[in-house]
Design a protein around this ligand. Structure first.
Ligand SMILES: [Zn+2]
Length: 309
């Protein structure tokens, strides 16, 4: 499981940073890629990665500001142009209005898609668990921005224990159907009378990963709730230390507030994105350095950077 950042800038694109989008690559887990936000030019960034648009099965939108959604019509249209590939349906989750934005853009531009889009819109009253599959559950909660904006908590379900084949072989279990039985938790008796307890040969279940991806927000308790015990928290850092007042006025956070959220939530790792073009590279090191005084494991991400979870 990896996160690849497609756009890490705030508000408008710069040469180094495109507007918001990131890909949660779940290729080993479910052979899918989930996009979070889709700012203008996201499809161009994707061209610089190994991500195949057809693998993008779900898109989660945090809020309807242009720098988070203007890339949708272009991405959705280009996704249709993979002529010799199978056309797969796509789900879009986001605040009420996202369906109208997408359908209007497609209709006005005469774009016809050869695949179906299933829209899942929500508002303040319909948040909570927004998706559950056999491997993942996704929750959304309202943040505190200048318009309705949410954060997402993606929870992988616990992973089953694995069979220790070497240990089984050493215990004299012949390779074959017995392996399958033991893997299913069944105790067996070998021909020579040896009793084999399945539990002794299956490792304990591993806890699933928790990934928290927030939209634009002031510091709020909802962020902390979404990030409790997260393996990774992706948090905006539109402003730096000392700019708490301006950040509040504009509905954003500083690096210090993001670090406080990570610390209060007991997250394991903090990735800062939504970085203003005002910040030069020495300022970026300072953003990290300052945040580290509050929460140790912090990193300011770059466009196209890939982070293993
Ligand atoms: Zn915004």
């Amino acid at each position: 499981m990896d996160i690849q950042f497609l756009g890490t800038g705030a508000g408008q694109p710069s040469k180094a940073r495109n507007v918001s989008s990131l890909a949660l690559k779940l290729l080993d887990e479910i052979n899918e890629v989930w996009l979070f936000d889709c700012g203008e030019g996201t499809q161009n960034r994707i061209l610089e990665t190994t991500i195949r648009p057809r693998k993008v099965s779900k898109i989660f939108i945090t809020h309807l500001h242009g720098d988070h959604i203007f890339g949708l019509p272009g991405f959705l249209s280009s996704r249709a142009f993979q002529a010799n590939e199978e056309q797969t349906d796509l789900d879009i989750y986001g605040p009420q209005g996202i369906k109208s934005f997408v359908l209007t853009s497609l209709r006005v531009s005469g774009s016809r898609l050869p695949y179906r889009i299933h829209f899942h819109e929500f508002d303040q009253d319909s948040l909570g668990k927004i998706l559950e599959t056999d491997k993942f559950t996704v929750y959304a909660e309202e943040l505190d921005h200048t318009i309705f904006c949410v954060g997402y908590r993606v929870m992988q379900k616990d992973l089953e224990g694995t069979l220790d084949a070497e240990k089984l072989k050493a215990a004299g279990v012949p390779f074959g159907p017995l392996f399958g039985k033991i893997k299913n938790g069944q105790d067996v008796v070998l021909e020579d009378g040896t009793a084999i307890k399945a539990a002794d040969y299956i490792s304990a279940p591993r806890p699933g990963k928790i990934i928290t991806i927030l939209g634009d927000t002031r510091k709020t308790n909802a962020s902390v709730r979404l990030a409790v015990n997260a393996d990774v928290l992706v948090h905006e850092s539109t402003y730096g230390k000392g700019d708490e007042k301006i950040a509040r006025n504009h509905g954003h956070s500083t690096n210090m507030q993001a670090a406080q959220v990570a610390a209060e939530a007991g997250a394991k790792r903090l990735l800062l994105n939504h970085i203003s073009a005002r910040f030069l590279s020495k300022d970026i090191s300072q953003l990290k350095k300052d945040a580290t005084t509050v929460f140790e494991n912090v990193h300011v991400v770059k466009d196209l950077e890939e982070v293993e979870i």
